[in-house]
Design a binder for this molecule. Structure first.
Ligand SMILES: [Zn+2]
Length: 143
């Protein structure tokens, strides 16, 4: 992904500033990146050059490129930590439809889970909460 210059600059500034001050921000800084999301066994990161990475020192997982199909989900997660990343998300088309799997919220929460439970990101719409009629799977076009 090619980052607009001003976004790349904000990524650099966020790295220099220690992210939002959590341990995952420290680990991400060690990789020259901001932490988009941290969960057990994984930290998803973005570098100023627009590359996405996955690692977790606590679990001994080395730095590896994040698979392409997880990039949008990683950005959706990252917007919660760095709202200015929202500019990088795809725009919902005017004829887009709410994702039926997650009811348009981008997150699937198991029935019976505690109120406020974060659930997990909807893989059908890549956590965007909508589907494009020309791309109903939500996945990027092949090729
Ligand atoms: Zn969905």
């Amino acid at each position: 992904m090619v980052l607009p210059a001003h976004i790349a600059q904000r990524v650099r500034e966020a790295i220099a500033g220690g992210g939002v001050g959590f341990p995952i921000d420290d680990e991400a800084r060690g990789h020259g990146a901001i932490a988009l999301m941290g969960t057990i066994g994984a930290i998803w990161m973005l570098r100023p050059d627009g590359t996405f990475w996955d690692a977790d020192a606590d679990w001994g997982r080395p730095l590896t490129p994040l698979p392409d199909e997880l990039r949008i989900i990683a950005l959706v997660a990252g917007v919660r930590r760095f709202p200015w990343l929202a500019e990088l998300l795809p725009m919902r088309p005017t004829d887009g439809t709410d994702c039926p799997v997650c009811a348009g919220i981008g997150v699937i929460v198991h029935a019976g889970s505690a109120p406020g439970s974060s659930g997990f990101f909807c893989p059908t719409c890549q956590a965007l909460g909508w589907l494009s009629p020309v791309n109903p799977t939500g996945l990027p076009p092949v090729g």
